[in-house]
Design a protein around this ligand. Structure first.
Ligand SMILES: *Cc1c(COP(=O)(O)O)cnc(C)c1O
Length: 378
């Protein structure tokens, strides 16, 4: 199998240093006191990335585990939950809420735009009796980033616990957990962090801990129960055996991010360049506003199908891009410029291959995608 260049919006390319870190010799992570320190140190590094002094945990499961654990641990049957929905992941949060007995109320935004804070403000003026609200930082399938810096403080003013899915944003979009008053911020290893899939991590505010630890109804899960983690360090006890090799990889991947002067600027510049190239070439972006730093979503032009583009990209150039699913299936092409993918050379060869592919199928392009892109990076 010849490994393709993975230019998808997660999982992303993994740096050799991270792969080597994962190959290190292991100890017994349940019993070795050094491992408790190592796990704590990894959480401390995540705190730097998230700009928080609150607790951070790493859980053994893909990003979805974090979303479900937050819902399972906070929601009690009958609680009202506000589901802020302007995309597939936003809406999907409502389903997790229902599994754990929430009465879910949807605030539905335009699916091609970031959440309009004014509209949310007027909605909350009329109805704000919610225990929690769920929202998505970057809607990965549509490439839209939501203004969580404005939404979370607004929710806090109404005493609503904010649960933010930032899986595809952390490491590529700005996030300031404490300043923005985010109660739970959720991340995953396989997006901008550029470690292999398999880990989720989250920050938990005092307010969120209070809701988790002072419930009337018990938490209807063990693996999704965050309360069992409360004193892991004091008691030197993990609720289950930790995936030590994955945590080695995560620790190394975070080091790579923290060592860089400004990883957010790099994502911003590349994302802007990709969008400029798309627009100059006459193609159309899916989002109308709220363009993501980490993924670009392009409408499939008339006269070609997503499968044709995708197959040609793989067969001729060995480059893997992504389509989308649900209501966006076959409608968009996505390029992930996250973490290790987010470098000029990788984007250049991806856009060059996409340019040639589209031309091969007779699609009219003004100039060349890759040349437009290079001009934006001077
Ligand atoms: C990737 C991602 C997740 C994790 O879900 P998978 O599709 O299973 O990888 C959760 N939320 C968002 C916004 C994501 O992009």
């Amino acid at each position: 199998m010849k490994k393709p260049l993975i230019m998808t919006p997660g999982p992303t390319e993994v740096h050799e240093e991270v792969r080597r870190a994962m190959a290190k010799d292991i100890t017994n992570p349940d019993l070795d006191p050094n491992f408790f320190e190592y796990y704590k140190e990894t959480c401390e590094k995540l705190k730097k990335l998230l700009k928080t002094k609150e607790d951070v945990l790493i859980l053994d499961g893909e990003g979805i585990l974090g979303l479900e654990a937050a819902c399972a641990s906070i929601i009690e049957p009958g609680d009202r939950m506000l589901c802020i929905d302007n995309g597939i992941f936003g809406k999907g949060f409502g389903d997790f809420g229902k599994i754990y007995g929430a009465q879910v109320v949807y605030f539905k935004g335009d699916y091609r735009k970031g959440i309009d804070i004014k509209e949310l403000e007027s909605f909350l003026e009329k109805d704000h009796d919610f225990k929690l609200a769920t929202l998505v930082h970057c809607e990965t399938p549509s490439g839209i980033t939501n203004p969580i810096d404005k939404i979370c403080p607004l929710l806090r003013r109404y005493g609503i616990i904010s649960v933010v899915d930032s899986v595809s944003a952390i490491g590529g979009e700005p996030i300031e957990v404490d300043k923005w008053q985010i109660d739970i911020a959720l991340g995953g290893s396989q997006k901008c962090i550029s470690a292999p899939p398999g880990l989720t991590f989250l920050s938990i505010s005092e307010i969120a801990w209070d809701a988790i630890l002072n419930r009337r109804a018990p938490i209807a899960s063990f693996y999704c129960n965050l309360a069992v983690w409360k004193n892991w360090y004091q008691e030197k006890w993990f609720p289950y055996t930790q995936p030590i090799s994955n945590i080695y990889g995560l620790n190394c991947a975070i080091d790579r991010i923290l060592e860089e002067d400004n990883h957010i600027e790099r994502h911003k510049k590349i994302a802007q360049g990709v969008r400029d190239a798309i627009i100059k070439s006459g193609l159309e972006l899916y989002p109308i506003n709220g363009h993501s730093n980490t993924v670009t979503t392009i409408l499939v032009p008339g006269g070609v199908t997503f499968d044709e583009i995708n197959n040609h990209m793989i067969e001729e150039y060995n480059i893997m891009i992504a389509g989308a699913f649900d209501y966006l299936k076959d409608k968009v092409i996505r390029i992930g410029h996250m973490g290790e993918n987010c470098y000029e050379e990788k984007i250049y060869i991806t856009l060059k291959a996409l340019d040639k592919t589209l031309k091969e199928y007779g699609i009219k392009i003004d100039g060349s995608l890759h040349k437009h892109f290079v001009n934006t990076q001077q």
